[in-house]
Design a protein. Sequence first.
Length: 618
Amino acid sequence: MPMSSSIHHLLGAVPEPLRPEAARRYAAHGPALHSCLHRLYGEAHGFEQWYGSLLSAVGELHGARGVELAALDTARAAQPDWFLGQQMLGYCGYVDRLGGDLRGVAARIPHLQELGVRYLHLLPFLKMREGENDGGFAVASFEEVDPRFGSNADLEALTGKLRSAGISLCADFILNHVADDHDWARGAREGDERLRKFFHVFPGRSQADSYERTLGQVFPQAAPGNFTHVPALDGWAWTTFYPYQWDLNWSNPEVFAAMAATLLRLANRGVEVFRLDSTAFLWKREGTNCMNQPEAHLILQALRALASIAAPGVLLKAEAIVPMRELPAYFGQPAQPECHIAYHSSLMAAAWGALAEQDAALVRSVVAGTPPLPPNASWLSYVRCHDDIGWNVLRAEASEAGDPQARLAAISRFFAGANGSFARGEAFQSSDPHAAHGSNGMAASLAGLEVASDVEAETLALRRLLLLHGLVLGFGALPVLYMGDELGQANDYSFRQRPDRAMDSRWLQRPLLDEQRFSERHDSSTQAGRVYAALRALVAARQRIPALAAGEPRALLPSAPPVLALQRGPGFLALYNFSGKPQPFTLQGHWSDTIERRTLSGEITLAPWAMQWLLRDN
Ligand code: GLC
């Protein structure tokens, strides 16, 4: 069956009035879809028949899209750069920590609006594994909201309320693995051969061993190795993350079809942005580290094409925590687009690294190496998130001066509080002091606010917090704030009392939103009030400055080593002093400070850890 004739499967499943639009979308995206899927699964028996039934399912899901979402699809098709403006701001948090449940999250909408948030990433809220579940990243069912958080109706109500408030909901789409109590895993354990093929299961250890030779480890301490022996399977299941997270076998076309339909059903519940979790790991190839494989990109491109056909208002976001050279591929090419957004974890890690080194070299190197993006695509910038700051993404940049391993390990020790450091964090999954894996902690604790015992120490810690937020807000990306950082919340040490969490220090940065600090946010006599006011001033300034939109070009200007001087467009200059000493900078021409509203020219001095945003005077 040639590609063109498969369109009747799609159109046959779409209600009559939608057919012309479906045909237009298929004409635009069908060729990419077919080509990717043919390259992935073309050898499989009955490929064209499988493709036809996939299109029928997609057509039905297109037809089931509600009126409001269909209107959103139309609006966004007319303005595909809707998420690139300097008004765009994200916020990320856990449902229970932010609002107790989905209804409680809805009650936080005024707070989000006060901050200027237009995009809310709620960490996993679908039904999760009983017991340990990696903070919800072990999904037991994609079809229902976790009962502790509410129902599917609550989710739909929340997405509707957010939409009315101009906020897009972003949800994790955990596509690399499912929990071992997901129906597919249960069925496989019970002997269902079809479902066993949804996973990578090796009968003996030898195949696992030969893959293992070239694989890395995500949780080398808490979950060493990449395979788990499952007696009921009489074999070894591939488990990149925790042993209860079974990697899906994306070389099986049935897995693709099931997951594609899952994504579109969630889109129809009102999810507007999908955070594609652990995208780098989707395809396995012996002799490699099984990351960033070409087929993983084909899978993502096919999902993009499907979304463009059935739910074109949605955005796909790559969570690929990989070195920068691997990142551009996650955006695809103009003719074969992939994700709209990708985390810039190198920028995030380099900013923290620069703070520890009191030298902006790492961050300058990352900025210099950040390629321009295809149209209608954006980086995601962030100071902190629910995960560790992974240092290994910076190996290439860290090797520009000295031994990268030693350099990154020194940074990691710094954030664990070594040698009189102001930081209060912990090294993640690394007991070897000569190696760096990751660091955990809330931004405020890592920046010194937790230990600041006098006004001067607090002022400096606050500057560091703003320095990093200023970089993230001024870089040219979709910046995402992490829940609690707007109030300067510190680490939460209570996870140590919970046996199911004690082994994973990422829980340090997952506190409940602090109601006390929240109630103090408008009171500048409190620490929370000072953090909140300063951050809001930055956000407000950003909203006024078109040069801070995602796509505006960036240029690095020469500066003293601790300073990052980042020009955006012809008329905006951001200066960031990554050191505890005052630093000189010479301005060409006349500039105005956008926060303090002062006029500046010639040689100026940046205070310790200070940032300045300057607009050129005409
Ligand atoms: C992503 C998540 C992380 C989780 C992992 C496995 O990296 O951000 O929290 O542990 O995927 O799902």
